[in-house]
Design a protein around this ligand. Structure first.
Ligand code: GCU
Length: 639
């Protein structure tokens, strides 16, 4: 029996030494590389993560000055040599944020007199001029340093920047980050001026064949500083990371560990869970790490029906850190999926991190994340597949508070360059950052490695290596990926899921579009399935486009009636699959896509939403709600 209990302790000590090495990525290496590959050669791995969500911070959100720079004139001189590899960068290097000092000064930019954008937020939906823009935009924020107590340390934290960020503080390069959906940070202790600090970020959202994702996606390439930017000050020795979870469901043992940064060893650490009357004092080893465990016989286990969260208080010396955590067990047993030892059916939906109800794009605050999750609750969902990249931290934490289980995935999507080591390192860095950030979120039960990737030896090796890495970081959650189906050679009515990657996964998940991309809806009625794995089966996508308000006969494509009929037939078919434990239909709401051009119907939106992008319920909404209501009733009668 395969049991996965949340809480495998991470070897913090093994990561601690990375902290500084990772924070100063190989910028020099970039200079030695041919320019066209620079953007992929810079390691973006920063472990262990800096847990910041519940820390006091100085927000750098709001208005930033910007310069749209398609020729990257602010980064390369006229010989196309990067300014930032020069000993004394020219004043025309935009990251120096230079000012004209004398009348004869030749400066061809001025942030103070330039346009502005709001951070967080994509640039595409803030101004028509940038709607389709793929290239570099320079962002500049000036700020005064927070009053720091003696010996305090300062960190600069970015929730995410799509796609590459070159970060400079007061004209000095802090580093480069590659990957559009994961957090990163830089220690800036001693690098701040009391007044008028200049933070410059070169944001480049150009797509690359060797990038992750690659050139081709079915979502809008929203560029910009798309998540929050904040300044955190902490004592010399502070709580950098921690892990806590239910590590034995049978005897309700909770285990965890704390990692201090700046520790000499021997420091005392207090861990409290007041509601469970837990208080322990630990002693840090010379890596700053300390482990703990306790029995939690009285703990209420987290579940969609009872998303119980406990206050966790960790303190040491001058630093105090609080968070809220849930305790639960997720496991598989043959074809069964078990939450807290009981079979669970995942009443899911796929979700893009896009809230375009008022014309916007990338989700930019907790209110927008809340709205999307409320819409999912509207049809009695207990699960969200956050596609196709790690979503913002608000989305995951709100899902946890609302009792929504989470599938979280990295954008190893479609035709990634499986033969490029830099591409693998990029994918691994994004996987690591995703797991590091959300390893304490009880709602997250599945890490997904890939979506609809064509089978080949190179792809199988790449993903098997990624699976091994994922388990080394966290062997407590389930691994999956959205596989594809094909038909039996001797019988076109038998759909088969058979993929070499499946042996590395705990859940056999796949996308299928019978009745949309694959035949007409009538075809659904005659299909049976062959899925020969002794593992639970999850259908990670199905669906079809319908323009809200567009009505007609069931055989008229792009009508709500067509989509409604497709849902009815598909759900009936899926119920017949042995080991079927749930589904996440594609998709919660219509979303922008550069691949969808049918005037009057798509208008650059993928219309597979169960809701329109403005929250109108389509007829398929009621089919799915009815189906999930019945599943929920069955669960209640079974328990
Ligand atoms: C694929 C893919 C989605 C895409 C969907 C569609 O399954 O995973 O990202 O949007 O199909 O074609 O609508």
């Amino acid at each position: 029996m395969k049991r996965f209990l949340l809480g495998a302790l991470l070897g913090f000590a093994s990561l601690a030494h990375n902290v500084f090495a990772a924070e100063t990525p190989a910028i020099t290496a970039a200079a030695e590389l041919p320019l066209q590959t620079q953007s992929l050669q810079t390691p973006s791995l920063q472990t262990p993560s800096l847990q910041t969500y519940s820390r006091d911070s100085v927000s750098l959100n709001g208005e930033w000055k910007i310069i749209v720079d398609p020729y990257e004139n602010g980064y390369y001189n006229y010989r196309y040599e990067p300014f930032d590899q020069q000993a004394t960068p020219s004043q025309n290097a935009y990251f120096t944020d230079s000012k004209q000092k004398s009348p004869g000064d030749l400066l061809e930019y001025d942030f103070d007199k330039s346009a502005s954008l709001q951070v967080p937020g994509d640039w595409n939906t803030q101004t028509d001029k940038l709607y389709y823009y793929e290239g570099t935009v320079w962002y500049r924020k000036t700020f005064d340093a927070p009053i720091a107590k003696k010996g305090e340390r300062a960190f600069l934290y970015f929730g995410a920047v799509n796609y590459r960020a070159d970060v400079y503080l007061n004209g000095k390069k802090l580093g480069v980050h590659v990957g559009g959906f994961t957090p990163f940070h830089y220690e800036i202790t001693g690098k701040l001026k009391d007044k008028n600090n200049s933070l410059v970020v070169k944001v480049d959202n150009k797509r690359h064949a060797d990038a992750v994702p690659t050139l081709n996606t079915d979502w809008w390439n929203y560029g910009g500083i798309t998540r929050e930017v904040k300044l955190i000050t902490v004592p010399q020795t502070f709580i950098r990371d921690y892990k806590i979870a239910l590590t034995s469901f049978a005897d309700k043992t909770v285990s965890g560990s704390v990692l201090l940064d700046g520790a000499k060893g021997g420091e005392k650490i207090s861990v409290k869970v007041p509601e469970l009357n837990i208080q322990q004092t630990l002693t840090a080893d010379n890596h700053g790490k300390a482990s703990f465990s306790f029995k939690a016989d009285k703990a209420q286990l987290w579940s969609p029906e009872n998303p119980k969260l406990y206050a966790l208080q960790i303190s040491t010396g001058k630093d105090k850190f609080t968070d809220t955590v849930g305790l639960r067990s997720i496991s598989t047993q043959g074809k069964q999926l078990l939450l807290n030892g009981k079979p669970i059916f995942l009443r899911g939906v796929s979700v893009h991190e896009e809230y375009s109800a008022q014309g916007g794009g990338r989700v930019k605050n907790a209110a927008e994340a809340q709205q999307l999750l409320n819409w999912a609750k509207g049809f009695n969902a207990n699960f969200v597949r956050l596609a196709h990249y790690p979503h913002n931290e608000d989305m995951v934490r709100l899902a946890e508070q609302m009792g929504l289980l989470v599938w979280s995935e990295i954008p190893v999507y479609w035709t990634i360059n499986w033969n490029n080591e830099a591409t693998y390192q990029n994918a691994e860095a994004q996987l690591t950052a995703m797991i590091e950030r959300d390893k304490n979120r009880a709602a997250v039960i599945i890490w997904s490695l890939a979506n609809e990737t064509p089978v080949s030896d190179a792809r199988n090796k790449f993903l098997a290596r990624l699976a091994t890495k994922a388990r080394s970081l966290d062997d407590s959650r389930l691994l999956s990926a959205a596989l594809e189906k094909h038909y039996r050679a001797d019988n076109a009515n038998v759909a088969v899921v058979e993929d070499p990657l499946a042996e590395h996964l705990d859940l056999v998940s796949f996308n299928q579009y019978i009745g949309w991309y694959d035949g007409a809806p009538e075809k659904i009625d005659r299909i049976s399935w062959e899925i020969n794995y002794n593992k639970p089966v999850f259908v990670s996508e199905f669906g079809g486009d319908a323009r809200a308000g567009n009505h007609g006969d069931v055989d008229k494509i792009f009508t709500e009636e067509f989509q409604e009929n497709l849902y009815n037939k598909t759900l009936k078919m899926l119920d017949g699959i042995d080991g079927f434990v749930g589904t996440s239909p594609w998709i919660l709401t219509d979303f922008r896509s550069p691949r969808r051009h049918l005037p009057g119907i798509q208008d650059e939106f993928n219309r597979k939403g169960i809701y329109s992008n403005t929250g109108e319920k389509k007829k398929a909404f009621f089919v799915l709600k009815n189906y999930y209501d019945r599943k929920a009733e069955q669960k209640n009668t079974n328990n």
